[in-house]
Design a protein around this ligand. Sequence first.
Ligand code: NAD
Ligand code: G6P
Ligand code: MN
Ligand code: MN
Length: 434
Amino acid sequence: GLKIVTIGGGSSYTPELVEGFIKRYDELPVRELWLVDIPEGEEKLNIVGELAKRMVKKAGVPMDIRLTLDRRKALEGADFVTTQFRVGRLEARMKDEKIPLKYGVIGQETNGPGGLFKGLRTIPVILDIIKDMKELCPDAWLINFTNPAGMVTEAVLRYGNYKKVVGLCNVPIGMRMGVAKLLGVDARRVHIDFAGLNHMVFGVNIYVDGNNMTEELIDRLTSGEASGITMRNIVDLGWEPGFLKGLKILPCPYHRYYFQTSKMLAEEMEAAKTVGTRAEVVKKLEDELFELYKDPNLDIKPPQLEKRGGAYYSDAACSLITSIYNDKRDIQPVNTQNNGAIASIPNESAVEVNCVITKEGPKPIAVGDLPVAVRGLVQQIKSFERVAAEAAVTGDYNTALVAMTINPLVPSDTIAKQILDEMLEAHKEYLPQF
Ligand code: NAD
Ligand code: G6P
Ligand code: MN
Ligand code: MN
């Protein structure tokens, strides 16, 4: 049987992961699932862990759920390690989202200045996990879900020298579900050629039963006020019809931050004044979820979890793990080393592309290149991720300032410096390298 370790086990997403393992138990016999957290997360870990135990008992699968704060003990002999932690927890996310807004800049916890700081806090921790893994489970796969997943995967490849890493995001599966709904077909009939970076991925071609439906989809997408394709955490502003018709590929929901910057900024400013930033909304959702999780009669994943942006996360994570374990050689979009899949991105960098999933890991499918219209933006974001990862590793102030300034959501070097200084101060507890 398999030993799986989930770091950040106290996450409210854990029941979804447990459900995914239960569903696949016959082909993916997870004998031990170790949920790891830190002392600040112990209460959440216990609540979620007890629910997980009730879920496996109800399902009648012999999966042992182990709860621990001892990461090294958990990692010993692991086959797969999944990561879903948040350094500084939701309070840190609140700062990531709110501080930039004071300067008229979108914070965004994965793409903007917020993403930079989430990366600066996360990368040292993930590299420490890698160090432990090399010693305690050197053959294990690291399935990283922790955001910013693209930057984190890049850092693990470049600075951790660990090749058995796959970065995972639910945006591609969310886009496939959204396309299926818009076209009124079962999602299993939809195939999308994905290419780009994490939260910067495009549907380059969209097929239904093997027929290319990209043009029809773009017509449908641009026919109303809203596009019909988004995530729970991103407002669904419609696209300018001529823009998508000219672009001829499907952007992901996160592209709104770049192509609709002023409208998105206005939305975020308004939300901050009314319902609160996404972190504040999530805080309420999370409190509600944990109240439900505490109920000793609850023994399934509650449907309320679907209000979080990470819907279908377990499907993505469990499908990936079972395809590696069973050498399925099916196609899944994941974050992996480019190796020539996208021509204008360096071979050794992380990209988010369709891959054939084998027991040796994901084999990226070559796409040639992205359309010239978006190539520059994708390269710019890759440069941002690389400079940010370098800043996270070195703790060099000027490198961090460069990363902040080259982020497309930040308008100038001076505003970058103001945001950087205030955020370095606000997050200093979690930034020992600076
Ligand atoms: P959360 O705030 O509930 O954090 C999860 C757990 O991580 C908490 O219990 C916390 O105590 C723990 N933690 C914090 N620092 C830790 C450390 N150093 N070691 C071990 N555990 C630690 O977060 P969440 O909302 O459940 O999200 C978890 C992570 O998953 C975030 O990084 C989020 O961005 C990411 N996420 C990614 C996707 C994706 O598409 N890749 C989707 C959803 C969430
Ligand atoms: C999306 C992204 C995730 C992100 C999540 C936020 O689905 O793919 O990377 O973490 O939404 O959701 P939340 O409910 O925390 O705002
Ligand atoms: Mn994601
Ligand atoms: Mn800029």
